[in-house]
Design a binder for this molecule. Structure first.
Ligand SMILES: Nc1nc2c(ncn2[C@@H]2O[C@H](COP(=O)(O)O[C@H]3[C@@H](O)[C@H](n4cnc5c(=O)[nH]c(N)nc54)O[C@@H]3COP(=O)(O)O)[C@@H](O)[C@H]2O)c(=O)[nH]1
Length: 726
């Protein structure tokens, strides 16, 4: 019963009233008048509705003014229609209220609390009401009146509702919630917190969250936490805590202070979640990003990081910093002969052997393929470096036992020293790489230091790369075209587009020399794009003049890695309105060794376009032949090294013959490259070679010269018609 209820009960209990009246002298007419006045004032001004009913609820003797503001109806209306208060009850609440007031009122001994109900006021607003009814009896205990008090509890009820919702939300939240008092003692923990830590509410309440600390964080960490929250801010961190079962876990947590109305901190609330799996995934991803999957060694990225830090240290300590580039000598053979699985194991064994040859603190990384790089820190003498390199070369000259195979790998080592040979990361890489190539040239299985003479070569290379970068902008590239002819008719079918660089002030440089620089720098991608566009434009111009020939362009592996290659091909075909059969892409067999997903995706896209792909220099690569069935390859070009000695070397003749048979069997066009003489041609014809290319037919020519050459053969004057046929 609320306070007003108690008060009213006292005021209306006849025995009590009689006692108080006599004790207080209220029976005195003046005193009584005064107290009645006070009482009227009280009920007039109190926000609760006060009313007096006949015992059968049929008449309203009195209702206080608050009725009008709470019910939104006039008091007169209620006095005239005593059920008016009931008629506006919410339909869902009416039955319960009707049942409560429907009880026999004479039996009421205790105040009656009606079930809380809603009223719908004429303006449509809804209010929640809490109401009490009190029986008023005379001295003999007969029921005289029913008085009542009704309070508008809409506000408190919605606050309560909100509180209930909030409590439910926190209880059901997937986030762990913990509330402590200002001293840090736990006052509340939700089920998610119990689940995360393994402790029950009962075990947690009154304890300090220290009970889940694991000792993984130093005191400064907690000092920072307290400093932050006591200054009124939230503290966010990933804690390493310990569950009840002793297991460590990562808890991503935000701790915030809770303040009272005066801004005083009364509590702390922590919301958190178990981030163990997330942290593990992040750590795995981080490891993957910085390590080689096969060997577990650091990769190029991590090595560069370490080298960068080592350079900074070395600058201060004035110590030398040797970088050793190591390439396995026979890895390719192992891969080709014993297969990739054995090759992979051989790489793992190599990494392990290297690990035993360096000191703790040195960094070994795998750069890819069979290339490793080592950073030695804290060395002061060049002799130490030589000794280390000699030990590595010696160790790799010993065989590896890979499964049942005894594998001889050997290695060539190039060494560059910071700051003597180079002072930037890229230059150190380049210098060590150059020295390693010198070791290869010197017969493999040895080590070489970077030298001034090598430096000059590097400078030359750097100069070449710089010039190539400008060549495209300066329009210094041109294209020469070398025809391919049908055998034995000699009619041209297509022309190979060959890149030429007219470098001002320099002698002619073969693409064999500068294409590798274009590939290394990635410039081959824009240059290749330019060449394909020009070559297709040229073929379109020739077609428009009735010269129906195709064009073949060389595409290096770097271009295949570029995801834009197929789009570029499609764009050229569309722009110049060419069917795919007029454009052929020449690739080398070695590209097929790189069976990466990206390269295979490019093949797929080209196949969809209906592209013709030719294998250039066929017979010199080491790839498996199975790709001939799987990939859209339509042409095999016999490498010119087999054609060169076809007349004198029976093995070359046998290889050329075998390639032609293979092509025949698979329905491919076979082209003999490098045909220089009538005799070579006569040796090739009986093999059934489909086409030929070489100086014997024509050297590479400028577009204008090639055009005249084509016209003579494809649109000859009647008299000259058979002259060019073989
Ligand atoms: N990725 C790209 N590579 C290209 C591009 N343009 C050329 N190249 C490659 O450069 C290498 C050298 O090319 P080049 O100096 O143009 O030599 C070509 C012919 O001139 C030469 N050839 C042709 N017939 C004969 C012959 O009878 N005798 C003889 N000694 N040489 C001859 O062969 C080269 C064409 O060879 P291939 O490509 O293997 O069919 C060369 O590897 C080019 O591929 C380019 O744009 N991109």
């Amino acid at each position: 019963m609320n306070i007003l209820g108690q008060l009213w009960r006292r005021l209306t209990d006849p025995l009590l009233v009689a006692r108080y009246r006599s004790q207080l002298g209220l029976d005195h007419p003046h005193t009584y008048r005064e107290s009645a006045h006070c009482f009227r004032m009280l009920v007039n001004y109190m926000p609760q509705v006060f009313w007096v009913w006949s015992p059968d609820w049929q008449r309203v003797h009195y209702v206080s003014p608050a009725y009008e503001s709470v019910w939104g109806q006039s008091r007169d209306h209620l006095l005239e229609s005593p059920r008016a208060w009931l008629e506006v009850l919410h339909s869902q609440d009416r039955p319960a209220v009707a049942a409560a007031i429907g009880q026999d009122p004479t039996q009421l001994t205790e105040p009656l609390h009606l079930p809380d109900f809603r009223i719908v006021r004429t303006d449509g607003s809804i209010r929640w009401i809490s109401a009490w009814a009190y029986p008023v009896r005379d001295r003999r205990g007969r029921l005289q009146r029913i008085t009542g008090i009704a309070s508008d509890i809409t506000e408190s009820r919605s606050t309560e509702d909100r509180m209930r919702q909030l409590t439910r939300a926190i209880e059901q939240s997937a986030e762990a919630v913990l509330i402590t008092d200002r001293q840090g003692l736990i006052e509340y923990a939700n089920p998610a917190f119990e689940k995360m830590t393994g402790y029950s509410q009962a075990e947690l309440l009154g304890q300090n969250p220290r009970m889940i600390h694991s000792g993984s964080h130093d005191p400064a960490f907690y000092q920072d936490l307290w400093h932050t929250v006591l200054s009124g801010q939230s503290f966010f961190a990933t804690f390493i805590n310990r569950r009840k079962n002793g297991e460590l876990y990562h808890q991503e947590e935000t701790i915030s202070p809770v303040m009272d109305g005066k801004g005083e901190i009364t509590h702390f609330i922590s919301t958190s979640r178990d981030a163990t799996r997330l942290v593990e995934t992040q750590e795995r991803l981080h490891h993957m990003a910085y390590h080689d999957v096969l060997t577990g060694l650091p990769n190029r990225m991590l090595f560069r990081d370490r080298l960068e830090q080592a350079i900074v240290k070395s600058r201060r300590s004035k110590q030398i910093l040797p970088v050793m580039f190591l390439d396995l000598d026979n890895f390719k053979d192992v891969n080709d002969t014993l297969g990739h699985a054995v090759g992979d194991l051989a790489l793992k064994h190599s990494a392990e052997r290297l690990g035993k040859l360096v000191r703790q603190g040195d960094t070994i990384a795998r750069l890819g393929g069979d290339e490793f790089i080592i950073l030695f820190e804290g060395m002061t003498q060049i002799e130490e470096v030589s000794a280390r390199a000699a030990a590595i070369v010696e160790a790799f000259s010993q065989p590896f036992q890979v499964e049942e195979h005894e594998v001889f790998l050997g290695c060539s080592v190039g060494i560059a020293i910071y700051p003597n040979d180079a002072d930037t990361i890229d230059d150190l890489f380049r210098a060590a790489d150059t020295a390693m190539y010198r070791a290869k040239e010197r017969g493999r299985s040895n080590y070489q230091f970077f030298t001034a003479e090598m430096a000059a070569k590097v400078m030359q290379r750097v100069g070449l790369e710089r010039a190539l970068r400008q060549a495209l902008e300066n329009d210094e590239f041109t294209i020469h075209y070398q025809p391919r002819v049908t055998l034995p008719s000699g009619l041209p079918t297509s022309l190979e587009a060959l890149l030429r660089w007219e470098r001002p002030g320099h002698e002619y440089m073969s693409p064999a020399e500068f294409v590798s620089a274009l590939e290394d720098t990635g410039l081959i991608v824009p240059v290749g794009k330019w060449l394909m566009d020009k070559a297709c434009a040229q073929v379109r111009a020739w077609h428009d003049q009735g010269l129906r020939v195709g064009v073949a362009v060389n595409v290096s592996s770097r271009q295949f890695w570029d995801t834009g290659l197929a789009d570029n091909v499609a764009h050229c075909l569309e722009t110049y309105d060419l069917e795919p059969r007029w454009l052929e892409l020449e690739i080398t067999e070695n590209l097929l060794l790189e069976q990466s997903d990206r390269i295979m995706t490019t093949f797929g896209a080209l196949e969809e376009l209906g592209m013709r792909i030719a294998i250039d220099d066929f017979g010199t690569g080491f790839s498996s032949m199975s790709y001939l069935k799987r990939l859209p390859i339509l042409v095999l070009k016999i490498d010119r090294s087999f054609v060169r000695d076809i007349l004198t070397d029976p093995e070359d003749m046998a290889i050329a013959s075998a390639i032609v048979s293979l092509g025949r069997t698979l329905g491919l066009t076979v082209v003999a490259e490098g045909v220089e003489s009538e005799a070579q041609l006569q040796a090739l014809l009986p093999l059934g070679c489909d086409e030929g290319q070489g100086y014997y037919f024509a050297k590479p020519m400028s577009a204008e010269v090639a055009e005249a050459w084509l016209r003579e053969r494809l649109q000859p004057a009647e008299s000259a018609k058979r002259r060019y046929l073989i």
